[in-house]
Write a protein that binds this ligand. Sequence first.
Ligand SMILES: Cc1ncc(COP(=O)(O)O)c(C=O)c1O
Length: 382
Amino acid sequence: MEQAMTLPADIPTPVFVLDVARLRKNLETAKRVREEAGCKVLLATKAFAMPAAFPVMTDYLDGTTASGEHEAIMGHESFGKEVHVYSPAYTEDEVRRLTKIAEHIYFNSAEQLARFGDIARDAGAHVGLRVNPGYSNATLGGDLYDPCAPGSRFGEVPAKLDEVDWSGVDIFHVHALCESLADGSAGLIQHVADKFGQYIEQVSAVNFGGGHFINKPGYDVDVLIEAIKAFKARFGVDVILEPGAGLVVNTGELYATVLALHWNEMDLAILDASASTHMPDVLEVPYRPDIVGAGQPGEKPNTYRLGGKTCMTGDVIGDYSFHKPLQPGDQLVFTDQMHYSFVKTNTFNGTPLANLAIRWEDGRVEQVSHFGYEEFRRRLGR
Ligand SMILES: Cc1ncc(COP(=O)(O)O)c(C=O)c1O
């Protein structure tokens, strides 16, 4: 494993490296779900969008689902296959443009559906309605990552479903999970069957959203497959899943370099990768990413607090211990950095973006982006 993780000397850090062999293994799980359960599986590009890797993914998946127009264009241009799109709110112009690239358009409320449903339908799109099923199972971050938390803006509430003109709806959509294991997936499917049967009988497909962590150790894929099969047998509808994280969990790393050592009541190391700019979820979720060969603070002889170069005091990745004292130039490898990582990076403080690279199955590492000053400057206008 450590051998396979070596970064070629000509690839500068910080860089996210996708491992295609591990990705393919994850995609095999998706394929098994598709084939054995007889459902569609889409990639949620909000979690992972690396077009250079899409050719590996297209054989295993039915298409992409986007969070809005730009992701939809990218899915259409770079992935091909089906394009689904859901956004909590659209403008009319956006819906009209989306009908040219997405054959499946999902609305967040009865109000959005009433305003724009006909535009989508007249253009030939399948229409979806997101429903807030009132089912909480998110294993990450409490209410912050629970789409069914009190006051959530996501999905039409059950009390209003009788007001919906279901003759204009093809797909009943729920998204309620986050990094959930199979009990969450099966629980959601059962909950929808129990509570919303009268509406399911009026549509042709049900989309059970994302958050199915199908490649996480401990996820029992057979439980998901059986739940989908039972649902399909009961209602005779198509079933769609749209995971993001679950397709790419544990498929790549972020490589960083120690730039400087510092001391202020404890040993500190400043890296060329930063929580604020390269791993914002470290601060937002929050969580502490693992580093290859590092331990908890105090576990190994040399403990450091690792932080980035930005001016934000809280730009701290975490406290870690190492066998040997760190030196400027040492490389650190943060694991499991493919989902909700590089899709969320920013250039605060003019910090260079981390590049993207792919380790192909023959071991070759290809750098697929070369971000520079231009990325930073372009976003600041003329
Ligand atoms: C509507 C919808 N679908 C799919 C996903 C993908 O979820 P995950 O990456 O957790 O599988 C999300 C994530 O927020 C979402 O909001």
